[in-house]
Design a protein around this ligand. Structure first.
Ligand SMILES: [Zn+2]
Length: 116
């Protein structure tokens, strides 16, 4: 369960921006989370609610945009999008080779925040 430190870090970014822009109430926070980040939405929401109590982000809506996993094939060097937790995961659609370098899918960051 590594959602707690992750949400802590995310909220630190949110609070910093809120303070810089003199925001008194955050309405929504949009997160970009890669599908390989191992973060679960219910735990993110749980810790978010817990950590934001009494802050300017108390009651803010957490919106998660799940980012696709993009790999570069080790066989043919082409990039492809692959769906985790499926049989086809990591298999190149061009040459049917398996494996390669993960280019994106593990990221998580604040994409946008909406202030009232
Ligand atoms: Zn390939």
């Amino acid at each position: 369960m590594h959602e707690l430190p992750v949400m802590n870090g995310i909220l630190r970014v949110v609070m910093k921006h809120a303070a810089m822009n003199r925001v008194t109430k955050v309405a929504a926070i949009q997160l970009r989370v890669g599908k390989l980040s191992d973060l679960e939405e219910k735990w993110m929401q749980h810790y978010f609610d817990y950590l934001t109590q009494g802050t300017v982000a108390d009651g803010a809506k957490l919106e998660i945009e799940w980012g696709d996993v993009v790999m570069r094939c080790a066989g043919c060097d082409r990039e492809f999008t692959t769906e985790p937790h499926t049989e086809a995961f990591g298999i190149c659609p061009h040459c049917k080779g398996k494996g390669g370098k993960i280019l994106s899918g593990k990221e998580y960051y604040v994409k946008n925040m909406v202030a009232l």
